[in-house]
Write a protein that binds this ligand. Structure first.
Ligand SMILES: NC(=O)c1ccc[n+]([C@@H]2O[C@H](COP(=O)([O-])OP(=O)(O)OC[C@H]3O[C@@H](n4cnc5c(N)ncnc54)[C@H](O)[C@@H]3O)[C@@H](O)[C@H]2O)c1
Ligand SMILES: [Zn+2]
Length: 355
């Protein structure tokens, strides 16, 4: 079932009313990280309580390393301590890490309870809060344990981005570029025309980016909710074969998901020129947009062997070879397919991998 998505400045203050319109629950476990809880937790709790929810906050350490089985187990214990019941709900108040963790807890707690997404990072507002993918990471690879579990409602308040650190803002813009490059040439061209207000974090530009990216992603998810093999949703994995491997190879430290995706997009563009007839001009457009958004041009020094090993655990892998989503032109992506490993190695080395 598709989620209802509300995108509106000031929506956080209306969270209670919005959630009440879809839920009869008594209790609400509000899952967040320490940064977001300090900034926006009180407003969320007040709004929920004023609509009659018995709302309690559960907080985690900020960062990707919270998205792992140990923290998930802690969250289950907290839900047990709260005696969260089948007809209660979970609210994910935070970035993609909290959305993926709390969403997976909702998928598994009592075999599934309702959850509501309140994405607070740009990355979560434009991408991860839509589509119902939830997961935790393992040392072996990203998102290896997870479930499809759609939030009943997603409440996006672009005003919350005012407190988001610039580095995380840029990381979110990488996913906007990805959605445009892979699925929506008009979105991509719009980003190219709005690079300046976007990096300057102008609220109106960010709000427009959220509306356009969510629209594009929701269209794809509607067509292919469960990401069938070779279905249209696989396009959204553009840049993620290398992106995920890079995060895993570095132990989910130091590099943000969006930064890893930016490097993965550059790799996909370089491979696409060689094997998918991407015009050099279009590859340049992609690299130039990433440059202008202040996204990294090279990965931090990472052994080639660790990257190849991490890729071998990627979910897009078939029996023998790692498969890549490539792009033949702006606004389009191919279904995942194998690429010659010598070519892959050359491209990884060009992006800073250590041989
Ligand atoms: N489920 C999906 O479809 C999907 C899609 C894309 C990415 N993801 C996942 O999302 C994760 C990355 O998400 P992310 O980049 O949001 O990371 P994140 O959740 O760690 O948030 C980024 C940082 O910003 C802070 N923050 C968030 N909102 C803030 C605000 N309003 N003000 C101040 N600080 C704020 C957080 O505390 C954190 O330090 C990755 O694990 C990735 O795999 C999932
Ligand atoms: Zn991503």
């Amino acid at each position: 079932m598709q989620s209802r998505i509300v995108i509106r400045r000031g929506a956080l203050a209306k969270l209670g009313t919005l959630v009440r319109s879809v839920a009869t629950a008594r209790r609400a476990a509000v899952v967040s990280d320490a940064n977001v809880a300090a900034l926006h937790g009180p407003a969320a709790l007040t709004a929920l309580r004023s609509s009659g929810f018995d709302a309690e906050l559960v907080t985690f350490r900020p960062g990707e390393r919270t998205k792992r089985p140990r923290e998930l187990a802690r969250l289950w214990d907290e839900l047990a301590a709260m005696a969260l019941g089948r007809s209660d709900l979970i609210v994910a108040l935070g970035g993609g890490v909290i959305g993926d963790l709390a969403g997976f807890a909702a998928a598994t707690w009592l075999r599934g309870v309702m959850w509501i997404g309140v994405p607070t990072s740009l990355l979560a507002q434009v991408d991860s809060s839509v589509g119902g993918k939830t997961a935790v990471d393992l040392t072996h690879g990203k998102n290896l344990v997870g479930a499809f579990h759609q939030p009943r409602l997603v409440v996006v308040d672009p005003d919350l981005l005012a407190t988001l650190p610039r580095r995380h803002l840029r990381a979110g813009l990488a996913e906007v570029v990805k959605i445009g490059m892979a699925t929506d040439a008009r979105l991509f061209a719009w980003v190219e025309r709005n690079l300046e207000p976007l990096v300057a974090a102008e609220t109106r530009a960010l709000e427009a980016a959220v509306v356009r990216a969510v629209g594009a992603k929701a269209r794809i998810v509607r067509a292919d909710e469960r990401e069938r093999a070779n279905g249209p949703r696989t396009a959204l994995n553009l840049g993620h074969t290398l992106g995920h491997a890079l995060e895993a190879a570095r132990g989910y430290r130091g590099i943000l998901h969006g930064e890893a995706v930016a490097i993965g997009l550059r790799a996909a563009a370089r491979l696409s020129m060689r094997t998918a007839r991407l015009a050099p001009r279009d590859a340049e457009r992609l690299e130039r947009a990433l440059d202008a958004l202040g996204l990294p041009r090279r990965m931090p020094p990472t052994p080639l062997a660790s990257l190849l090993q991490a890729m071998a655990h990627d979910k897009k892998r078939t029996n023998r070879s790692v498969r890549w989503v490539l792009t033949p032109r702006v606004g389009h992506a191919s279904v995942p397919h194998p690429v010659d490993s010598r070519l892959v190695k050359a491209v990884l080395l060009s992006l800073g991998a250590r041989g």
